[in-house]
Design a protein around this ligand. Sequence first.
Ligand SMILES: Cc1cc2nc3c(=O)[nH]c(=O)nc-3n(C[C@H](O)[C@H](O)[C@H](O)COP(=O)(O)OP(=O)(O)OC[C@H]3O[C@@H](n4cnc5c(N)ncnc54)[C@H](O)[C@@H]3O)c2cc1C
Length: 379
Amino acid sequence: MEEQQQTHKPPQRVVVCGGGVIGVCTAYFLAQKGAAVTLVEKSSVACAASGKAGGFLALDWCDDGPLSSLARASFNLHRSLAQELDGPQSYGYRPLTAFSISITESKPHYNSPSSALPSWVDGPARDPKIIGNTETTAQVHPQLFTRTLLSKAVADHGVEVVIGKLERVEVEGGRVRSVALEGGREINADVVVLALGPWTSKFSLLSTIFRVYGLKVHSIVLEPKVPDAITPHALFLSYHTARGGKPTDPEVYPRPTGEVYLCGPSAEAEVPDDPEQVVGDPESIAVLKRVATAVSSHLGEGEVRVKAEQACFLPCTDDSVPVIGEVPGVKGCYVATGHNCWGILNAPATGVAVAELVMDGCASIVDLSPFSPARYVKR
Ligand SMILES: Cc1cc2nc3c(=O)[nH]c(=O)nc-3n(C[C@H](O)[C@H](O)[C@H](O)COP(=O)(O)OP(=O)(O)OC[C@H]3O[C@@H](n4cnc5c(N)ncnc54)[C@H](O)[C@@H]3O)c2cc1C
């Protein structure tokens, strides 16, 4: 490792492709370390999962698995980034308490809430348990977080943003030379980072080594008429429908903006080429509205304005572990993807690790070996 560091030459020009939370964090930390960075995004920054996620963060929920140190480092980085960046243009970082509850769909009937639950959770909830406290769980508004970080990277570190679709990574003599965008533009680069979320497998450079598939998830954003009634408590539900069957596990996140975000179960689906074509299916959206009504009298029809009805894709790998590292056989081409349901949490430490790998030749914030794309290459 020492030898690698001594011989490592930092790159002149880095192109990061993909303007989701992973690409933006990577661009931010690369630029902070002195790289000249261009970020290429085909639609708009945080237009996909990184803008439509819940934004829930947990210190220790990935313990006992390969993500533990990435998650712990990221949770702490979120706290320090918020101290540094979450000023008047707030992106909604705050610690919060998380509950698990069991709830059954019914005609709205509200009780005096159980003393074990926040007062706005007045639906027929059972078995409340505290599963995270203000030391171990927190949240951000993911779209505002991603866009705030990018604005800072542009203003303070000169990151250039190009709206354009990556078509190809040009390779010469086994090394990255440039990226080619749709329409013929070419940007020279000695390093390229591909942070394309569920679009990763559209590139044969990567899909010949590993697969990233998309799980489609629906979500809604509600604006309650009485936002002050809703306190900072995240809810992880076991939701039983009146018809019976297997319960589902929707999540409810009140935000400091006064909004309440809900998301539902996931299903494998084809990822459309254009992120703007990812739309929600009306039945899945209707289910989320019924969940909101069951949870709280403050979230029922007539009590809220529906701000968003949407869907997006979790980027998933076959072994459920993200892929972070240099692409085997292509010097200077790195990948950071496959963060599944923890991409908002794990973006900061992913960004720092990739920046260290590119600029210093190895990552010190976390051991990247469990995430290496080389694990898919048969020996
Ligand atoms: C409903 C839902 C709730 C979630 N809640 C949480 C949560 O509470 N906490 C948490 O930690 N995680 C959560 N996640 C997971 C998290 O949102 C994702 O892991 C994360 O956003 C993935 O980020 P990404 O940058 O890899 O991908 P994306 O956000 O999908 O970004 C990829 C970007 O690449 C761009 N792109 C694609 N192809 C090209 C191309 N050819 N050229 C240029 N650009 C291109 C796309 O336009 C897109 O902007 C949630 C996810 C979902 C779906």
